[in-house]
Design a protein around this ligand. Structure first.
Ligand SMILES: C[S@@+](CC[C@H](N)C(=O)[O-])C[C@H]1O[C@@H](n2cnc3c(N)ncnc32)[C@H](O)[C@@H]1O
Length: 246
């Protein structure tokens, strides 16, 4: 998933949408509020930091933020905004890469469904273990992840429509045997041509995520439906889960 074909130069160049979508103030404001409250005075580490969508405003709040990121083009985009002195980033895999200061972070966070970029259960468990390696005792690992939408998938069907907006359709195709989903993002105008961005994921049920956390020495502290801390219910489509290192 972290390979050049998905998170390459082209994706990195068009990833940011300042002020809209995932970069809208209504999305980033509550995300940064919650993460900065969880970090307190301790340094924070973002796994799969990308172009710094969250890390840059979090650093502007005064939190010391570092990152791990597999894609060089995504890091290059981040570097157009801030230098290494402000947000140091280790280029590497979040299952294995070690950031300077490991063992002293108070918060590790992994948002926008990025744990699902790891395509096997073993890698996802390793990601938890790597978060634990970076945290001080009592430190927290925060995960933002969507809830698999299998209830929308009638027997015999392989795809769900995730989102429909003017000029945009998201189709998710499922391989339920292997717990894989491929998101197909179609962008189009009035003409006949559409642009397609495809990303493969391994979906995870909340209970499975909690078990992965336990394997790495964490306990679930809180789970909410969003960054505003709305209650997580059977109808929630996403969650923000906070794990604490025992
Ligand atoms: C959906 S983007 C999220 C970026 C950023 N966290 C955000 O919220 O905008 C997923 C990111 O995960 C990165 N990624 C995928 N697999 C990775 C891995 N194994 N280790 C580190 N980063 C990875 C990709 O390169 C990409 O930057």
């Amino acid at each position: 998933m972290g390979d050049e074909s998905v998170w390459g130069v082209e994706t990195a160049a068009r990833y940011d949408s300042p002020g809209t979508g995932m970069f809208a103030a209504q999305v980033l404001g509550p995300t940064v509020d919650r993460l900065s409250a969880l970090a307190g005075d301790a340094p924070a580490l973002e796994f799969a930091i990308g172009t710094g969508r969250v890390a840059v405003p979090l650093a502007e709040r005064g939190v010391r933020v570092a990152g791990v990121e597999l894609s060089r083009p995504m890091i290059d985009q981040l570097r157009t905004k801030v230098g290494h002195d402000t947000i140091p980033v280790v280029e590497g895999d979040m299952t294995t890469a070690i950031a300077p200061g490991a063992g002293d972070f108070g918060l590790v966070y992994l948002v926008y469904n990025a744990i699902s970029c790891l395509l096997t259960q073993a890698e996802q468990v390793e990601c938890f273990r790597n978060a634990a390696r970076h945290l001080r005792p009592g430190g927290r690992f925060v995960i933002e992840l969507w809830v698999p939408e299998l209830r929308k998938l009638p027997p015999g069907r392989q795809a769900t429509v995730g989102r429909v907006e003017p000029g945009y359709i998201l189709l998710d195709t499922y391989d339920v045997l292997n717990q894989h989903v491929v998101s197909h993002h179609f962008r189009f105008g009035d003409g006949k041509r559409a642009e397609l961005f495809r990303s493969p994921h391994r979906y995870i049920w909340p209970a499975e995520l909690d078990l992965m956390a336990q394997c790495a020495g964490f306990e679930l502290e809180t789970r909410h439906a969003d960054w505003h801390e709305a209650p997580f219910t059977a109808e929630s489509t996403s969650h923000v889960s906070v794990y604490q290192l025992a």
